[in-house]
Design a protein around this ligand. Structure first.
Ligand code: PEP
Length: 249
């Protein structure tokens, strides 16, 4: 990480775990053991129904609450969906977009792009995920794949809004598998992502963008991953479900 130029952001992704009651218990414990230092921003992205409990419990803290998805439209006949401005009004600061688990349910790069634009218009910070499968890595197309995801995902994002976007590099083969990318593998792709952003927006903006690594990050490997110059934080699944483990990271 490079804290001179950009924010370090440690974000949890709870996926479809915890009820509102469990959320309140987690946040209450987390608040008491969370160190007071200001060396990074901390976010917890939780299931939609848990947002009110999370926001209420963390009201007087610096922990940002986020959602795990949003709809690209501002309102309308989209039964079961949630718009970005609704998340903002509910107290969210962040929204995870384009997670590989949602892409596996059919979300395309065009969908991700529309959601990124909607999140930015509403005033949310999108955490836009990208990452290759094991087959793509083994066939040597990781960088091409990531370039495509970044270019399509950020299409139409204006220069004055791009600094707000966080990019999370999450190799699919490392998510929830216990198989972490080595620090070198993660660093190589995160540096490549910054280069791609530089080609799109120039050096000054590329230098200021926060790029996270996600994929089985835990207390035992976080320090080495976060020591890489182009890794500015983590998107954390499993280890964000236990307050003590998340605090350790
Ligand atoms: C994730 O789902 O974003 C993730 C990184 O999960 P895990 O940390 O469990 O691999």
């Amino acid at each position: 990480m490079n804290r001179k130029y950009r924010k370090t952001v440690i974000a949890g992704n709870w996926k479809m775990n915890k009820t509102p009651t469990e959320t309140k218990a987690f946040m209450t414990e987390f608040k008491t053991i969370m160190p007071r230092g200001r060396w990074c921003d901390v976010a917890l992205c939780v299931p939609a129904v848990c947002i009110p409990a999370a926001v209420r419990t963390m009201r007087e803290t610096r922990i940002g609450i986020g959602a795990e998805n949003c709809n690209a439209n501002a309102s309308g006949a989209y039964t079961g969906e949630i718009a970005a401005n609704m998340l903002l009004d509910a107290g969210c600061k962040y929204v995870i977009l384009g997670h590989s688990e949602r892409r596996a349910m059919g979300e395309t790069d065009a969908d991700v792009n529309a959601k990124v634009l909607a999140a930015l218009n509403a005033g949310l910070t999108p955490i836009m995920c990208c990452g290759e499968s094991l087959e793509q890595r083994q066939s040597g197309i990781t960088t091409e794949w990531i370039t495509m995801q970044i270019k399509l995902g950020l299409a139409g994002v204006p220069e004055d809004k791009i600094r707000k976007v966080i990019i999370a590099y999450e190799p699919i083969w490392a998510i929830g598998t216990g198989k972490t990318a080595t620090a070198e593998q993660a660093a190589e792709v995160c540096t490549f992502i910054r280069t791609t952003v530089r080609h799109l927006y120039g050096a000054r903006i590329a230098r200021s963008i926060t790029i996270q690594y996600g994929g089985s990050m835990k207390p035992a490997n976080a320090a080495e991953l976060l020591a890489q110059p182009d890794i500015d934080g983590g998107l954390i699944g499993g280890a964000a479900l236990k307050p003590d483990q998340f605090v350790d990271i």
